[in-house]
Write a protein that binds this ligand. Structure first.
Ligand code: ASP
Length: 435
């Protein structure tokens, strides 16, 4: 592990000159913060538009031969006001090049990536740091996966002393042309850089002080999560607690580099640390959930003796391009839980295929289900956790429609009616996560 910290600053942390001032102060406070990945300017306030969104709008207008100039003026205005306020000199020529690219039919990835590209150059010049071009060093293979050679190339380019600024969100494909990650992908660039320089920590600077143990719109003033493992985070974010791009964990997890989520606006807050193994003994680390699920239930006498029943059900779903969440079963029945959007527009066809192929005695769709995951590696081999959870749901008069706990004992998932969802979250939080 090197004595270095890789930092990624998200869109709101670099939205204007005042925010970039905070970034500079954060770097100054710790000389180990030498590798800085930046996003394009994000929202300055709720109704604001992100530069990436504006660029994408320009691209779609240009591709329909519509006049994109008024929208591009907003991009120009964002960069010019930042560079004027920082006194870094005008980047008009760079902006002209982007406008030219839009006119010449450059790819959507190239256009979308220009927010990070221009902003990283501007911030590097303001900080007196070296700008490092991501498209020269971060490479994707023909399937769109990161080419591991990128770590070596980045490691070489980032060696020696001093401060480096790297644009997030993009690299290049095998043909050398710019390719972006999916939205929010600067988080992934930050993780790749952290791994390439073998950083002691990957600090992800954003506008919240880390993760909370439950959704604050449901639980008043929930406690912060101080430490969470990579695996626990996957469970929580899959169920709706998002603070980091899904793929950002992988590059650092393999080498055990911790991620620290921190708040640019409250730099003294500790934030949340994402680690391989948790030291603290907390059983439950957080509760997350989502409404918007349905259950398809099939019942058939003697189903348990019919070989391949489950496989055929899942094959039919696969044939319709649908993915499912859970498939709990009993002796003569099987149910499949799906997100509502998977069923939308395909329900009649799927049900008719299930009926035709499997000849069930009963086939039913139950709607308005919410799933809740209570997550914590600390429950592994600990007696009484599910007992406390179900006692709390019972006391809150919540009917449990579905239960799922994998043998790895990292989370207990329950399905409840959507109307019971907030009450169920509060009951579980009070019983298991509060204090
Ligand atoms: N600017 C890109 C987006 O808005 C990438 C990022 O900020 O991480 O999605």
């Amino acid at each position: 592990m090197s004595e270095a910290i890789a930092c990624k600053f998200g869109g709101s942390s670099v939205a204007d000159a005042a925010q970039i001032g905070k970034l500079a102060a954060i770097l100054e406070a710790d000389a180990r913060r030498r590798f800085v990945v930046v996003s394009a300017p994000g929202k300055r306030m709720k109704q604001d538009e992100k530069v990436t969104d504006l660029l994408l709008k320009c691209h779609s207008m240009a591709s329909m031969h519509l006049d994109f100039r008024p929208t591009f003026e907003q991009v120009r205005e964002r960069f010019c006001s930042i560079s004027t306020d920082l006194g870094t000199g005008c980047i008009e020529a760079d902006l002209d090049a982007v406008e030219h690219g839009l006119r010449e039919g450059e790819s959507v990835d190239w256009v979308a990536s220009r927010g990070e590209h221009l902003h990283a150059r501007l911030i590097a010049s303001h900080l007196g740091a070296r700008y490092v071009e991501a498209a020269d060093l971060i490479h994707f293979d023909p399937d769109g996966r990161l080419d591991p050679r990128s770590y070596t190339l980045l490691g070489e380019a980032l060696s020696g002393g001093g401060l480096f600024v790297i644009p997030g969100f993009y690299g290049a494909g095998p043909d050398g042309r710019v390719r972006t990650f999916s939205r929010g992908g600067s988080d992934v660039t930050g993780a790749i850089v952290a791994r390439a320089v073998n950083a002691e920590v990957y600090e992800n600077w954003t506008d919240v002080s880390g993760l909370l143990k439950a959704d604050p719109r449901i639980v008043p003033d929930p406690a912060p999560i101080r430490e969470v493992t990579y695996r626990e985070l996957r469970e929580l974010s899959y169920m709706g607690a998002t603070v980091l791009h899904d793929e950002a964990v992988f590059p650092v997890r393999e080498t055990g580099i911790p991620i620290q989520i921190r708040n640019t606006n409250e730099p003294s807050d500790e934030g949340t640390r994402i680690v391989a193994t948790r030291k603290d003994s907390e059983t439950i680390v957080g509760i997350a959930g989502r409404p918007g699920f349905s259950i398809i239930t099939l019942e058939k006498a003697m189903m348990n003796q019919e070989h391949g029943f489950g496989r055929r059900v899942l094959e039919i779903l696969e044939g319709h391009g649908m993915s499912y969440e859970h498939a709990p079963s009993s002796i003569d029945s099987m149910s499949v839980v799906l997100a509502d959007e998977e069923l939308e527009g395909r329900e009649d066809e799927v049900l008719s295929d299930l009926r035709g192929t499997l000849q069930p005695d009963r086939l039913e769709v139950t709607r308005y289900l919410a799933l809740i995951a209570t997550v914590g590696q600390g429950m592994d081999h600990r007696v009484g956790v599910s007992g406390a959870l179900f006692a709390a749901l019972g006391a809150a008069r919540v009917n449990v429609r579905l239960i799922n706990q994998c043998a790895s004992e990292i989370s207990i998932i329950v399905g409840v009616a959507s109307e019971d969802y907030p009450r169920a979250i509060r009951a579980i939080y009070d019983a298991l996560a509060d204090g």
